[in-house]
Write a protein that binds this ligand. Structure first.
Ligand SMILES: Cc1cc2nc3c(=O)[nH]c(=O)nc-3n(C[C@H](O)[C@H](O)[C@H](O)COP(=O)(O)OP(=O)(O)OC[C@H]3O[C@@H](n4cnc5c(N)ncnc54)[C@H](O)[C@@H]3O)c2cc1C
Length: 451
């Protein structure tokens, strides 16, 4: 019943109010101008590798090989100084904030100085479940440690994750966002998620402590979506957190919804129902989904176009306040929703921002919206969005999302970024072209060459 309503509503939303096409000519002429030279050149190197399959495929194979736990000294990313040095100067510095507090703080400052609304920071530790091998790997932790700790009363992984996450809160400021991967809390928590049991009370106390610390400092919390093996448990915990912390008319806590999953519309409808019934704000962070390689493929839309349609349909539905059987004539009143669109897809984000601005200009109902791109990716999209000012000359709220943690902890994250670049050939080629043009523009202006 609920599912049927959602599908109808999304279909209506995507036909009656589809996202307007993006019009690149109205954005700044030089969107990459704010990038410092060092960042620009490193981005050029990474985009150069990513846009050439001949370079990217071997790089991906090497990264994937190194990301496996239990590598011996020679091939261990943190023990072999040569491998460490190469990875650190290239992939790590491109996509991650730092391995220590001071290094991370410097990078966060650098990102905020680019004119963004704020930074989303996350602690890298996570557990990735591979559907094909039926195996879970905690990144940055040897498997021997996991086995011995799961027998102990107190799980050291949970405590390390709690401390690491609270440390992350201290690396950001008011207006920034903390992103949390719940599977980083270790095997006791992930086993409970996988078996559909409630997670340990110590974990629930820890995540409540983290959210309370953030709320006290006006920092929002995004709970990331992860492997499907764990996602039901993650989503249930997050719903309870939203119910508790999103009581003042806006979202402190956001849940992440993966548009590539066939079941996401009905999941959103259930959460809208809960928000409506229990009177809290639904924090709706929308992504396409990053676990296509390791998750059960049958749960995911068959084609990229289907995922794109789902993403744009949900974004449009939220922005027009007609989604999941809520809003619109004869439907139940639309509950309080804060939308966060996390995407590098130019059409999706520029189109959504245009729709949002048009609705505000015409006095039509809409919801607050923020945008996020990953650190080291799609700077051209982030800066183009910033250039899309409304009639009061105010830019949309754009954030860059970065990850901090040791090289070992960040490897699974780095691997997902490389896979994404492999699969987004057109986007990486466009990025490479835009970066080359910016380097050439700076070269010409430095040497006084005419344009
Ligand atoms: C700020 C930020 C936070 C994020 N947080 C999360 C998170 O919490 N959890 C998470 O899972 N991901 C997260 N992601 C990653 C996200 O899910 C996407 O993998 C990534 O952003 C690429 O999608 P895109 O919207 O940028 O656009 P595009 O590059 O246009 O789309 C690529 C995506 O389309 C989908 N796709 C590709 N091929 C197919 C196919 N054949 N069939 C069906 N679908 C296909 C996949 O989801 C793929 O990642 C985040 C991304 C950002 C920018």
């Amino acid at each position: 019943m609920v599912k049927g309503r959602v599908v109808t509503s999304l279909r209506n939303a995507s036909t009656s109010a589809t996202l307007p096409p993006s019009t690149p000519h109205i954005t700044s002429r030089f969107p990459l101008a704010p990038l410092p030279n060092g960042m620009l050149l490193r981005s050029l190197l990474i985009a150069g590798i990513s846009s050439k399959r001949l370079l990217l495929i071997p790089s991906l194979k090497i990264l994937s090989f190194l990301a496996k736990p239990d590598r011996n000294f020679l091939l261990h990313v943190e023990k072999n100084p040569l491998i460490y040095g190469i990875l650190k100067k290239t992939f790590y510095n491109q996509f991650c904030a730092g391995e220590t507090g001071p290094e991370t703080r410097r990078r966060v400052r650098q990102l905020k100085d680019l004119g963004l609304k704020g930074v989303i920071l996350t602690y890298a530790r996570e557990t990735v479940f591979d559907h094909k091998t039926n195996k879970a790997d905690v990144q940055g932790v040897d498997s021997g440690d996991i086995t011995s700790s799961s027998a102990a009363d107190l799980c050291p992984h949970l405590e390390e994750w709690r401390v690491g996450t609270l440390e992350t809160v201290n690396l950001i400021e008011e207006g920034d966002i903390l992103a949390v991967k719940l599977t980083g809390a270790g095997p006791k928590v992930t086993q409970a998620f996988a078996e559909g049991r409630p997670p340990p009370q110590r974990f629930l106390d820890a995540i409540n402590e983290i959210c309370a610390a953030c709320k006290a400092r006006s920092i929002q919390v995004i709970i990331d979506a992860e492997s499907q093996h764990f996602q039901k448990g993650i989503s249930a915990v997050t719903l309870d957190l939203m119910r508790k912390f999103n009581r003042d008319g806006s979202a402190v806590v956001y849940n992440t919804y993966q548009a590539y999953l066939k079941k996401t519309p009905s999941n959103i409808a259930e959460h809208l129902e809960a928000a409506s019934k229990d009177g809290f704000t639904l924090g709706l962070k929308l992504v396409r989904g990053a676990y296509i390689l390791s998750d059960d493929r049958s749960l995911i839309h068959d084609t990229k176009q289907d995922t794109d349609d789902a993403y744009n349909g949900i974004a449009t539905g939220a922005l027009t306040k007609q989604l999941g059987g809520f809003g619109g004539e004869g439907s139940k009143a639309f509950p309080s929703v804060n939308l966060f669109l996390a995407s590098h897809n130019r059409e999706s984000v520029i189109g959504a921002n245009k729709l949002h601005q048009e609705r505000i200009k015409n006095g039509l109902p809409t919801v607050p919206v923020g945008f996020g791109q990953l650190h080291g990716m799609s700077d051209e999209v982030s800066f183009s969005l910033l250039a899309e000012k409304d009639e009061n000359q105010t830019s949309p709220d754009v954030y860059k999302c970065s990850t901090w943690g040791s090289m070992g902890e960040c490897l699974a994250y780095l691997l997902r970024r490389a896979v994404e670049n492999r699969d987004a050939v057109t986007r990486t080629t466009d990025e490479f072209t835009a970066l080359k043009s910016e380097v050439w523009r700076r070269f010409k202006s430095t040497f006084g060459l005419s344009t």
